[in-house]
Ligand binder design. Structure first.
Ligand code: SF4
Length: 450
């Protein structure tokens, strides 16, 4: 049985503006598990390949798979549905499946489309393996945990307890030369070293999909994959895409020691929580090649941080940026403007605060309630959502108002935030010294997009 896994064509990711084009690791993991089960797999990354509908149709037609599975996030759901429609038209006998964050929380809405046969709910690796096996054996779909189809919703599948048992993602099926970070010329790869999160930030769906228990791959397994990426994919840069890579500082230090012990020559970057950073850990991270860190700031207003249950203080955020600078690690500050309770005044203070933090880059997102989050539930209950078109849930378009900011005002404040941060001679000169002329391209792309 041949399975095609598709990341739909999509060109407006906010991460593209900071020069990040990342491989779809979710379907690459599924591809690896299916291959290890003996199935033939093809992956199409329509976003990285910048495909259009015609070229996608040709690719589906040529492969003629029996199963076509499409991954979707909230902002890509329209393209994913369009892909599903095209898949059904091109291969009417194939089973068309959808999975990923958005379908997992909205399977009823998706199953209303006659061209979607089934939705995988939750983590997909072993559900897909069992599903494809059941289809091949013409077995009973009702026995497959973690799926929804017709009016059937099977029992939930527990998350994979031991992540070390998963094979490395099937990168040999991906167009690896198309991926990059911060527009660097280095060959870029991504990895995930753990899943799940015990914190409960109201705007985050991580725990809803992956559970509240933090599941970490062993240090050896993580460093093995890094070594593999350098040796087999000539990776010059590896970005850890974990929801929060630094949640367990001891493990981070062990990974750094593993990289140095094996003398792996690679730059790397990660996501981090401000309150997990220490001098000792950052020193080891820097010594082992860490050059970039994505740090959640969210707001300069302590009340707002408390309201979204960030469990963080302004002082800890300040300290994290100072420490990172001391260890020469570039920082990308992630900021959210327009959460309920935010006012013109608090947004203005946040914009100013981010300039004071002096990160290498700043991403000013507009508050966006994604399905699966507490923020979404509360926004629906309180009738706050003004825009229901999922394609606008990109973090760059306002979808709800605050107490005293209209949708238009929020968009203007976001523009102002980007301009006031990036169009500063001192900033541009510093980044030119650090990143070279590529920074001008990044700023130009940002200004054009916002
Ligand atoms: S935002 Fe980060 S720390 Fe908060 S719940 Fe999500 S993954 Fe955990």
């Amino acid at each position: 049985m041949k399975v095609m896994l598709i990341n739909p064509p999509y060109s407006s990711s906010k991460y593209k503006f900071i020069g990040l084009v990342a491989p779809p690791l979710g379907i690459a993991y599924i591809g690896a598990v299916l291959e290890s089960g003996g199935f033939e797999v093809e992956i199409i990354d329509g976003a990285a390949l910048e495909m259009n509908w015609k070229s996608l149709e040709q690719a589906i037609n040529k492969a003629a798979p029996q199963v076509i599975a499409i991954t979707a996030l909230t902002p890509t759901i329209n393209q994913a549905l369009e892909t599903a429609k095209l898949a059904k038209k091109t291969c009417p006998d194939a089973m068309v499946i959808m999975g990923g964050y958005h379908p997992s929380f909205n399977y009823s809405e998706i199953l209303e489309k006659e061209y979607v046969d089934l939705v995988v709910v939750g983590e997909g690796e072993y559900t897909m393996l069992e599903l494809v096996q059941t289809l091949e054996d013409e077995g009973d779909l009702k026995k497959v945990r973690g799926i929804a189809y017709d009016d059937v919703v099977t029992s939930p599948r527990p998350v994979t307890a031991d992540l070390d048992e998963l094979p490395f993602p099937a990168r040999h099926l991906l167009p690896m030369e198309h991926y990059k970070i911060l527009n660097m010329k280095l060959h870029t790869s991504t990895m995930i070293s753990g899943r799940g999160c015990p914190m409960q930030c109201s705007f985050c769906a991580s725990a809803a999909l992956h559970g509240r228990k933090l599941r970490l791959r062993s240090t050896e397994n993580v460093v093995d994959e890094m070594e593999y990426l350098v040796e087999h994919h000539h990776a010059g840069m590896i970005a850890f895409m974990d929801d929060t890579f630094t949640l367990n500082p001891t493990r981070v230090e062990q990974i750094c020691e593993g990289i140095m012990k094996r003398d792996i020559d690679v730059y790397w970057g990660c996501t981090a929580r401000a309150d997990t950073l220490s001098n000792n850990m950052l020193q080891k991270m820097s010594d082992s090649g860490c050059i970039t860190m994505f740090l959640g700031v969210e707001s300069a207003d302590q009340q707002q941080l408390d309201r979204v249950n960030k469990q963080m203080t302004i002082e800890k955020i300040r300290r994290a940026f100072t420490l990172s600078r001391k260890h020469n690690i570039r920082t990308i500050a992630s900021v959210v403007l327009g959460m309920p309770g935010d006012t013109r005044d608090s947004i203005g203070r946040t914009i100013k605060f981010v300039r004071e933090l002096n990160p290498s880059y700043a991403l000013f997102s507009l508050a966006t309630p994604y399905p699966g989050t507490r923020f979404y539930k509360e926004s629906v209950e309180n009738n706050l959502i003004k825009v229901k078109d999922w394609s606008k849930y990109t973090l760059l378009s306002p979808v709800l108002e605050t107490v005293d900011c209209s949708i238009d005002e929020l968009k203007n404040m976001q523009k102002k935030a980007f301009r006031q941060f990036y169009i500063r001679p001192t900033y541009v000169l510093r980044q030119l010294r650090m990143d070279g002329p590529i920074i001008l391209k990044t700023i130009a792309a940002l200004m054009k997009e916002v």
